[in-house]
Design a protein around this ligand. Structure first.
Ligand SMILES: Cc1ncc(COP(=O)(O)O)c(C=O)c1O
Length: 445
């Protein structure tokens, strides 16, 4: 080949994750949405756009700047530096996040244990990067599992072993069994990833009694729990919220992941991790896991954009650090939509029906089980012929077996769009039930 020819690399010479279907999941779903823009999307777990307010970020930025000057005593030039310069690796709104956790979650954490990240996604990456110390390390994760977690684990060469979720949100006996199987195979389970509130994608929540049992089990089995909680503030209707695992955690077993994407603005790309676990250094000193995560972050994103943090900080300050107060309208809209979707499903698939669905107590997601396998090809057909988008549940399992279920999201649509989307879904189900009359791959989840 001529030395002047443009270089051509092969994907086989890149990190194996690059060519892994898990890393293609979000791109595939975006590609389908982009190709059929007029389809009703019950796929995206995006927040409701009616509440985006183009004046708010400017106001929040000013509010945070006032906080720097008036509450924290920064000179105006210093405040400018805080906002416009490279900044503290662990972030500049950590104290407000700690206050938010105290106000909304009755969780009291040292602000130094908070690392502000570029979305919750970066928080996952930092935690998994830190925990993956060697080739024997594995992560346990409640299945079905958020694909962003599985993808982040791929990037750091950390195998993920599923733990049954089941109707209770986590099957504790299976968690114990999987931990022991892994150890018996010479592996080192570092943590279990779990979403106790309105999980993505299952919609299921873990009961208070099981949260306590899970914490006890983690202590007995010497596991960390990685708790991901982007949807916890959205219980449906007047239902109360349960304490998070972190709120119940007296033994620092829980690494807590937070996101402002659903509560404030996804475009700010701000999330965080609370990592208050003590870490002994080689010289005998003891620090926090947060400090080790900050070391990693300093070589990944350096620091989370201070301007984006300031926007989130101002939003917190505007509501005395309560996102429960800040999200009253959102909660009402998501409750209305969830009820509308559940009633619409019941009308279109009256019992007895081979079509069944979960009834979550809140959050964005409902899982619909159908009498045929649901894959990416079916999603394309659904988009093209029926004009409705949803997410194949197979994206949330990591073993490639056919899954007869799909995820619907209620967060980014109006009740009218839900009606239209469900009419189209019912037409798809009728078509597909006829087409696949007698398959024998009957594995259903
Ligand atoms: C369970 C879960 N964790 C994390 C995230 C990512 O959050 P962020 O947008 O803050 O990176 C999402 C986004 O949909 C999610 O559903």
């Amino acid at each position: 080949m001529s030395v002047n020819a443009p270089v051509e690399l092969t994907v086989a010479d890149l990190h194996p994750a690059v060519d892994d279907p898990v890393l293609n999941s979000m791109n595939f779903l975006n590609e389908v949405a982009g190709r059929w823009p007029d389809a009703v999307s019950l796929a995206a777990g995006r927040p409701y756009e009616e509440f985006f307010d183009d004046d708010a970020p400017r106001r929040w930025l000013q509010r945070f700047r006032r906080h720097l000057v008036e509450d924290l005593g920064q000179h105006p030039a210093q405040a400018n530096r805080t906002l416009f310069q490279y900044g503290r690796t662990k972030g500049i709104v950590h104290h407000l996040i700690a206050r938010n956790l105290a106000v909304d979650e009755e969780t009291h954490v040292d602000p130094e244990a908070v690392v502000v990240t570029v979305g919750c996604q970066e928080a996952m990456f930092l935690v998994l990067r830190a925990l993956r110390a060697g080739p024997r390390d594995v992560l346990l994760a409640v299945a079905p599992t958020y694909v962003g977690l599985t993808g982040a684990a791929r990037l750091v060469d950390l195998p993920v072993r599923p733990v049954a979720g089941g109707p209770a949100g986590v099957d504790l006996a299976d968690l114990r069994a999987q931990t022991r199987h892994a150890r018996a195979a010479g592996l080192r389970p570092r943590a279990c990833y779990v979403m106790p509130d309105f999980a993505n994608p299952s919609g299921v929540s873990i009961s208070l009694a099981d949260r306590r049992r899970l914490l006890d089990l983690a202590a007995e089995e010497e596991l960390l729990l990685v708790e991901d909680n982007p949807y916890g503030l959205f219980p449906a209707g007047e239902q109360g919220r349960l304490p998070t695992l972190k709120a119940l955690d007296t033994r620092r077993r829980v690494v807590y992941l937070g996101s402002f994407a659903k509560t404030v603005l996804p475009g700010a790309r701000v999330g965080y991790v609370v990592a208050d676990q003590r870490v002994a250094e080689a010289d005998g000193s003891v620090g926090l896991l947060a400090d080790q995560l900050a070391r990693i972050k300093s070589m990944v994103t350096v620091n989370t954009a201070p301007l984006a943090q300031a926007v989130i900080g101002g939003a917190l300050l505007e509501h005395d650090c309560s996102l429960v107060t800040a999200t009253v309208r959102q909660r009402a809209a998501y409750t209305r939509n969830l009820r509308h979707l559940l009633a619409g499903l019941a009308r279109r698939f009256p019992a007895p029906s081979p079509v069944t669905w979960t009834v979550p107590a809140g959050g964005f997601f409902v899982v619909v089980s159908v009498p045929f396998p649901v894959d990416d090809a079916l999603l394309r057909r659904s988009a093209e012929r029926h004009g409705v988008l949803w997410t194949p549940m197979a994206h949330f399992y990591d073993d490639g077996t056919p899954v007869r279920a799909l995820r619907l999201s209620v967060s980014a649509v109006t009740p009218e769009q839900i009606d239209l989307g469900l009419d189209r879904l019912a037409a798809l189900v009728a078509d597909e039930s006829r087409r696949t009359a007698a398959p024998d791959d009957r594995r259903t989840r």
